[in-house]
Design a protein around this ligand. Sequence first.
Ligand SMILES: [Zn+2]
Length: 420
Amino acid sequence: MTSSVHAAWSTLGSACPQSCPQRQGISSREPRVPALLEIHMPSFCAICEVPITAANDTAEHVIPQSIGGRRTVSGFICRSCNSEAGSTWDSELFHQHHWFTVMLGIKRQRGPAPDIRIEALEGVTYAVSSAGAMTHAAPLVKRSEDGKSFQIRARDLDEAKQLVRQIHKRHPTFDVADVLSGIEFSSAPADTVMKTSFGFGGDLAGRSMVKTVMALAYSLGLPPASCDLALRYLRGDPSVEPSLAEHLVSDLIVDRPARIFNCVSVLGDSRTRRLVGYVEYFGICRWVIHLSTSYDGPDVRDTYCLDAISGEGMDLDVNLALSNEEFQASMDNLTSDEQQRAATFHAIMPLVMARRTELGREALVDHAITAATTAMGLSAGSPLDDFQLKEFSGRVARYLAENLVFRGRGNAPWNQKIPG
Ligand SMILES: [Zn+2]
């Protein structure tokens, strides 16, 4: 794919020399960046059209980093527009995909996503983390009716200690050491139905996806002006329809891999004069982007895809050579419906839940080790004698056996509602 793009531009003879500063704008972490990125062009912000200078240039993530994007492109938009788009368009896009970033435990350059809150049918709210843990969303301190005892529910040992100390402040006779020595960790599947709803698209997230495709097109050497439909939409022209449509009517991924990935693709066709893009996030959000219907540039085709969980690059073939009928249906926003949305959801959820099970097991092992360490009063790095080692192994094994066996009874950690 990349080589065909390179060939198209090589005939133009427009590659710039090694010393070109434009080269420096592209993240060096991306081995699959095509040679087209070397093309030099005068740069203006694609959104507000101010000249891009060293002072206002910025590394724009092609796919937002908040959902795991890695590749950046410089010279595309100014710092001010990057900041504004990040706090509005990309922020809404992240909000729509927050559940997936946490449930899949994706690795982001700026650290894990914040926990999500999921409400169970009985009204209890749980916090779910990227590391696989699921805890009560808030601590609990409850005094017994006779006032002689307290029930404490904490999310970790530090929080438990803090709560115990707070009680001690109000009730000095409360024996802190005694209580702390009796702390026990427990873990059990939440045998209940969790409420989750999803919504994708809209003008803010829509603009984020259009910007993503334009950033890829720009990185191929296409000036923003070649994306005339998308540009007018991004700039808020009220006379232009949103230049994107959800596409669930057919699968544009050729031989779809059984992995969860994020991708962006672009195809410029000099014959049909169409410049079209595609964005897919977490298998569930699939949109065709209409960049131009009067494209007069060379034939270009490229896809940037990364494994959503590890962030590693992936080869992916996206078929954007839509027939006239398919393209018109997309322009008319007739390429998705509720039934297709539900089918897409059901196709992708087994992959998400398999990953969640894996994360849950990892968290359980961490929990088992912490529980054994705490119960035996050990500190990190302290040597164990044979007797302690036996006890430690026994405690960890027992904890895992009890919890894994319980989990193995077929209790799904939670069930999601079908969107819509
Ligand atoms: Zn700008």
